[in-house]
Ligand binder design. Sequence first.
Ligand SMILES: Cc1cc2nc3c(=O)[nH]c(=O)nc-3n(C[C@H](O)[C@H](O)[C@H](O)COP(=O)(O)OP(=O)(O)OC[C@H]3O[C@@H](n4cnc5c(N)ncnc54)[C@H](O)[C@@H]3O)c2cc1C
Length: 430
Amino acid sequence: MTSPRQLSVMIIGGGIGGLCLAHGLRRAGVDVTVHERTTARTDWLQGYRIHINPHGSRALHDCLDPAAWQAFLGTVSDAGGGLGFATEQLADLLRLRGEEIADSAEPAARHYGVSRLSLREVLLSGMDDVVRLGQDFERYELLPDGRVMACFADGTTAAADVLIGADGANSRVRAQLLPHAAGRVDTGVTGIAGKHRLDGPLAASLPAALTDDTNIVIPAGEGFLFTAVWKHDRRAVAADPAMPAGFLLDNTADYTFWAYADATARFPADVDALAGQQLTALVLERTRGWSPALRQLIEGSDPSTVNVVRMRSAVPVGPWPTGVVTLLGDAIHSMTPMAGVGANTALRDADLLRRQLTAVSRGEQQLVPALADYERQMLDYGFAAVRESARNTRQAGSASRMGRAAFRGVLRAVAAVPALRRRMAASIGG
Ligand SMILES: Cc1cc2nc3c(=O)[nH]c(=O)nc-3n(C[C@H](O)[C@H](O)[C@H](O)COP(=O)(O)OP(=O)(O)OC[C@H]3O[C@@H](n4cnc5c(N)ncnc54)[C@H](O)[C@@H]3O)c2cc1C
C-alpha cells in the first residue's frame, strides 16, 4: 500500500480505446484529458460496422456510466442473424442459425454489431470537459519532476503524471517511445469492401443468407468474401427521451457489408487509385462464375461505398523499460480486420489500464509497477490477436487448393456432427 494520490492522466487520441479509458478514469475520479487531432465531432466518418465481442462489451460496460452504457445498447444492430460458411456458389458448408448461437444472457458479456460512427457519438457524448479537439500531438518531453509534457502542432503544451498513446496505427507516441519498433508491415493481402443497401428494390431479390446472416465464403480457388448485416431500428432511438440531444446516429440505410480479399499480387498495381465503380468491376471480374446472388450483392452496391482496405499488421514488440508513457490499442498492436478484434483489444486495454490507474490513485499500487503489469498483459493478449488476424489474412490470400479443400471438409464435418456443431456455436456465442 502507498498513499492515495491525485493522479493526472493525459490520453493522446480520442478514438475507441482512448475515449473508453477516459470514461472509466473520469468515473473513478481520476483527473483525465483527451487530446484529439480531429477538429469536429463528425470528423470520424468511416461508417463501417464493428463487431463488439464480450471483451469489448465488458470494457464498455465497466468504463461507461450507466446512461452512456444504455445509449450504447440503444445504437447496436438488431441481433438474431446466423453465421454461415459457404462455397462460392453460396452452398452451405456449415450454417449456424441465430438461435443456435446462444449469446450470454448478461448484457455486459454479449456480442454486438455497432456502427463505428454511432459508437464514437456514444463515447464523445457528455465528455466536453475532458476531450480537447483539434490538438495534433507532435512529441513529448520527460520533465525533471517525473511528469511528462506533450507538445502540440499549434504550439500549446500540456503536462500530466502519465501519458497514454492511444493515437492509432500511425502513432507518433509509439514512434518516439519505441523508435526501434518496426511499426506496421504489409501482409501481401488486399481487401475491397462495399455496402449494399437493404431498403431498395434490389434487396428484395437477395437471399436471406445475405440479408440476415454473417457469411464467410471460401471458394475452391482464389479469393475470399466476408459479409455482415447492419440493421438498426432508428425509431426506438428517436423515441427514447434518454438519448442525448443532437445525437448523430449512423444515418445510412440498413445494409449488407461485404469485403473481398486476395493476394495483392493478383490485383492491378494501381488498385489504390481506382474509383468505386472500377473496384466493383474488378471484384466482379475476380468472382466470375460465383453464385449470382453473391455477384448481385457486389454489383448492386453503391460505388461510393466501395473502397480498398490495406491489410497491414504490427510487428511484435518485446517488453521495454516501463516509464510514465505507455500505449494502447492500434498504437501498439495494430492488426488487419480479418479477425474482427482490433477495437475489442483496444477496449480491453482501456479497461485494464483503467483498473491499474484507479488502483494507483487509491494508493493500492505504485505507478510504474502498475503500468509494467499492464504492459506485460497487454503485449501478451494484444500480439496473440495480431497473430490470429495475420493467420486469417494469410489464409484469405492463399491460393492453396489443398488447404481450402481441407478447411471446407472440416466445416462439413462440423455441420454433420451435432456435438461438434454445438461446440462451435458455443465458442462463437462466447
Ligand atoms: C474495415 C474495418 C473493419 C473493422 N472491423 C472491426 C471489428 O468488427 N471489430 C473490431 O474489434 N475491430 C475492427 N476494426 C479495427 C478497429 O477499427 C481498430 O482496431 C480500432 O479503431 C482501434 O482503436 P484505437 O482507439 O486504438 O484507434 P483509433 O480508433 O484509430 O483512434 C485513434 C485516434 O487517434 C487520433 N490521432 C491520431 N494521431 C493523432 C495525433 N498526432 N494527435 C492527436 N490525435 C491523434 C485519431 O484521429 C483517432 O481519433 C476494423 C477496421 C477496419 C478498417
